[in-house]
Design a protein around this ligand. Structure first.
Ligand SMILES: Cc1ncc(COP(=O)(O)O)c(C=O)c1O
Length: 395
């Protein structure tokens, strides 16, 4: 049967593919330790689960408005005021089936064929494919490790073409853990105003920040910048609700309305039960968020220390999210157990076969020298996984 060019040229998500391969190996009885998937390992907090159960009992089991229920939109406004100090109206909020779906809806609503988007590399795996799905083009500006994975804003400005409509940032970043400080956001906002760009700000990890950092959104810079900012957020990472599939955007009303129209034709509405639980997550006690954040910080210290202790690996200390992104390029050109490692993909494949440790190669994120390890797993797994990596790389 015919398959559209649009889909034929699309790559499956590299992180999901790597995780699926690791799970296959586990099913074959192999003792694989997975560091591949970006999913908190904590259960969804009990009160949120209970809210989901109550939602079913109370009959929240029917279609909702395409852009989300009034209750969830109001909860998002309340949480946005609490967390960012921003007053937002429900009409500026559109809810979708997770932040990934919302990002797809944004590109579907923003891009005409040939429109250009600037990404920051290393970038999250899905951005580029989603731009292409909607006939957009993209280039990636490198955010080098030496700058703690924050780009030079002059390089961002230099990447603007006469077709550039948006720049997409993700702070804290998946996969690098890089965090834009307030001054970085202000410098980016200046470029966006001067060049008339929309800023898409993926803030899905904003509650997972370390060393006392606080989150700063482009929407906080000024009213002028807010008018050109689309915030992307969701409950997946903050509340360990990846399977519930609730994400949202906050943008100027007219744009938000367009996204709602698109979604009304594509999905009708996000899951009604999950919307109720997400509202409770946002409005209820937030203690679990801090417990998980603190746990991630402790694991970050553990994994970064262990990785840097391996000969030939250098790992920056991520400022947020739950990924270590070590540089493994010192192994390129070296032979281990009869295999010559030329790329990060080779290193990642070698570690899966020889150390039974799954990671994601940097190429999936637009960079050549690194691999990504999620530290959303136990201290025991981190310790054992790093020991296996050290042994396999030693020869
Ligand atoms: C940077 C980033 N944005 C968006 C998402 C999508 O999150 P979800 O669709 O679960 O809300 C992820 C998930 O891994 C992510 O890492």
């Amino acid at each position: 049967m015919k398959l559209s060019d649009r889909v034929a040229r699309m790559k499956p998500s590299a992180t999901m593919a790597m995780d699926a391969k690791a799970k296959d190996m586990v099913a074959q009885g192999k003792d694989v330790l997975s560091f591949a998937l970006g999913e908190p390992d904590f259960p969804t907090p009990e009160p949120i689960c209970e809210a989901g159960i109550q939602a079913i009992r109370k009959g929240h089991t029917k279609y909702t408005p395409a852009s989300g229920t009034a209750r969830l939109k109001s909860a998002i406004c309340t949480a946005t005021e609490r967390d960012l100090g921003l007053a937002v109206k429900p009409a500026q909020v559109c809810v979708g089936n997770g932040a990934k779906h919302i990002i797809a809806s944004i590109f579907g609503s923003l891009l005409d064929p040939g429109d250009h988007v600037i990404l920051i590399a290393p970038y999250w795996v899905s951005y580029a494919d989603l731009v292409e799905l909607f006939d957009g083009t993209w280039t990636a500006v490198q955010a080098p490790a030496e700058r703690d994975f924050v780009p030079d804003m002059a390089a961002v400005e230099a990447a603007v073409t006469d077709r550039t409509v948006a720049v997409l940032i993700n702070s804290p970043s998946n996969p690098s853990g890089g965090v834009f400080e307030r001054s970085d956001i202000e410098a980016l906002a200046e470029v966006a105003v001067r060049k008339d760009l929309t800023i898409i700000s993926d803030e899905i990890y904003k509650h997972i920040l370390f060393d006392g950092r606080t989150h700063y959104s482009p929407a906080m810079v000024s009213d002028e910048v807010r008018q050109r900012t689309i915030i992307v957020d969701g409950v997946s990472k903050t509340y360990s609700m990846t399977g519930w599939r609730i994400g949202w955007l906050i943008a100027p009303e007219a744009f938000t309305k367009g996204v709602g129209t698109l979604q009304s034709q594509m999905t009708s509405n996000p899951n009604s039960i999950a919307q109720e639980a997400a509202a409770d997550a946002l409005l209820g006690p937030q203690d679990a968020v801090e417990v998980m954040r603190a746990e991630f910080e402790q694991r970050r210290d553990l994994i970064v220390g262990l990785l840097n202790g391996i000969d030939g690996i250098t790992c920056r200390t991520p400022g947020g999210a739950f990924y270590a992104f070590p540089d493994v390029s010192s192994y390129f050109g070296k032979t281990r157990r009869g295999r010559t490692l030329e790329t990060a993909t080779d290193v990642s494949a070698y570690l899966l076969d020889e150390a039974l440790v799954s990671t994601v190669p940097g190429e999936a994120f637009g960079v050549a020298d690194n691999i990504r390890l999620s530290f959303a797993c136990s201290n025991e797994q981190i310790t054992e996984g790093c020991a296996r990596i050290a042994e396999a790389l030693a020869g």
